[in-house]
Design a binder for this molecule. Structure first.
Ligand code: 5AD
Ligand code: SF4
Length: 449
């Protein structure tokens, strides 16, 4: 039985695409292996959103030259680096067999057999040109407790720092029928929670069906317990989206809304067409409607020309919004983007690192403070896996990670858990036994009345 070793870099979209690749390979008799040296097929699903990720990948590919000389193995590179570099990858690493783009995943089995039969190199990275797209998603034998489902790919926003419109192409929405069909099958296979995925989910537009309408349709799927989405864009986050949080019981009370900077000049140079004030107003409105909602964001520090004062405006924004958590990055110049063309990458690396550390320290304090306010409360946790220390790990509706003792047979189930100790990025908790948990669970709405 042939084996494959699949390594995934980058975002959730790549995780989803890798799951698709696995689902295509398994019916061909391939089994997955963690041991790269023994695999018959090595697949890298790559990311180029920041330069460092690309460097790491190129060094990993370089190391495989020796293995290729020793044994027969097919080396295939997919994802964003493949899309960006195309045939140039063969020049940099002539031992690669297949370079395939984000629109060629379905063709992977044919590409592999062509390489095996004809001993050639293949590069296929053209974007398809249809304004909508269709995905063949084969449902795996064991469906994940929490599954990703792509609803839109590509991006039309062209933020000046971002390579995504170049590597993923322009926006294309997938039909609601296909999305709902995939979720129904996942739910039948045991999935409890789905995260609707896209570079820009709230730009979803399938023949004038927009994102809120799609959310309402997904909320109707019998058996589905939780809905999440990532990532929306602040510009397209409107009142109708807030109504969804109020009206759709399965939509989780968490919003990840990337802001990128807390200064209006920087936002303008980033080509993010909203102001800090618009953004804060939207969050306030959501919180008025749904007080328990948790809010998170993405921040870039050291964007070209970012002054100390502008950086401090970002720190101020973190305190104003009082985020639950923040993903933060040092600006990384990507060639082909407008920022690379128009601005000098003039914040020194050491200064970017200093700003990142200050921002992360501040956010850790804010997160810990917010989490501490939840100590002692009961939360319904969806158990996703066993963590390295043997404890069970799950998430609350508001996306907080909780670790607690329990039987691994509970993975995939909901449990009421008391949040005992808050940490900056998670909680330690205690699961209530089944009897008590259902009692507390049903008592809660009653006590509200
Ligand atoms: N440099 C640093 N961070 C970036 N991101 C996207 N492009 C860059 C870049 N060139 C960050 C943004 C985005 C997240 C997915 O990655 O914050 O929201
Ligand atoms: Fe990149 Fe901006 Fe599109 Fe997000 S919205 S994927 S940051 S171009």
């Amino acid at each position: 039985m042939p084996s494959f070793h699949l390594k995934t870099y980058g975002c959730q979209m790549n995780v989803y695409d890798s799951a698709r690749m696995e689902n295509l390979l398994k019916p061909l008799g391939y089994h997955s292996t963690d041991d790269m040296d023994s695999a018959d097929l090595i697949l890298f699903n790559t990311c180029t959103v920041r330069e460092k990720a690309k460097h790491k990948l190129m060094s990993e590919i370089g190391k495989l030259k020796e293995l290729k000389q020793k044994k027969e193995v097919v080396l295939a590179i997919g994802g964003c680096v493949a899309q960006e570099e195309a045939e140039k990858l063969f020049r940099k690493a002539p031992h690669i067999d297949i370079v395939f783009g984000v629109d060629q995943i379905d063709q992977l089995p044919q590409l592999i057999s062509q390489v095996r039969e004809h001993k050639t190199q293949i590069s296929l990275t053209a974007f398809d040109t249809d304004p909508t797209f269709s995905l063949s998603y084969l449902i795996p034998d064991r469906c994940p407790t929490s599954a990703y489902v792509t609803i839109i790919k590509g991006c039309d926003k062209f933020c000046s720092f971002c390579i995504v419109p170049m590597t993923r192409g322009l926006e294309k929405s997938r039909s609601p029928q296909e999305i709902i069909g995939e979720i129904q099958k996942l739910v039948q296979g045991g999935t409890q929670e789905v995260t609707l995925l896209g570079q820009n989910v709230n730009s979803y537009d399938y023949k004038k069906i927009y994102f809120p309408e799609l959310l309402r349709k997904v909320d109707q799927i019998p058996g589905l317990r939780r809905i999440r989405f990532t990532s929306p864009h602040p510009q397209d986050f409107n009142d109708e989206m807030i109504s969804c949080y109020v009206g759709l019981p399965r939509l989780c009370k968490h919003l990840h809304l990337p802001v990128q900077s807390g200064n209006n000049d920087v936002l303008h140079r980033m080509r993010r067409w909203y102001t800090v004030e618009d953004y804060v107003q939207k969050i306030n409105k959501l919180r008025e409607a749904v007080p328990a909602v948790s809010v998170s964001t993405d921040i870039i520090v050291g964007f070209p020309g970012e002054t100390l004062l502008q950086f401090e405006n970002t720190l101020h924004l973190l305190e104003t919004v009082n985020y639950d958590f923040v993903y933060s990055f040092k600006y990384s110049e990507r060639s082909g983007t407008r920022a690379a063309r128009d601005f000098e990458d003039d914040v020194p690396e050491a200064e970017k690192e200093r700003r990142l550390a200050i921002l992360q320290r501040l956010q850790d304090r804010i997160s810990l403070h917010k989490n501490k306010m939840l100590e002692g409360t009961l939360e319904e946790v969806l158990i996703e896996k066993q963590s390295l220390d043997g404890k069970l790990q799950g998430r609350t509706d508001s996306f907080k990670i909780v670790h607690f003792e329990g039987n691994p047979s509970c993975i995939g189930q909901f449990k009421m858990v008391r949040l005992d100790k808050a940490l900056p990025h998670s909680f330690l908790g205690t699961a209530l036994d089944q009897q008590r948990s259902s009692k507390v669970y049903f008592q809660q709405p009653a006590s509200k009345i």
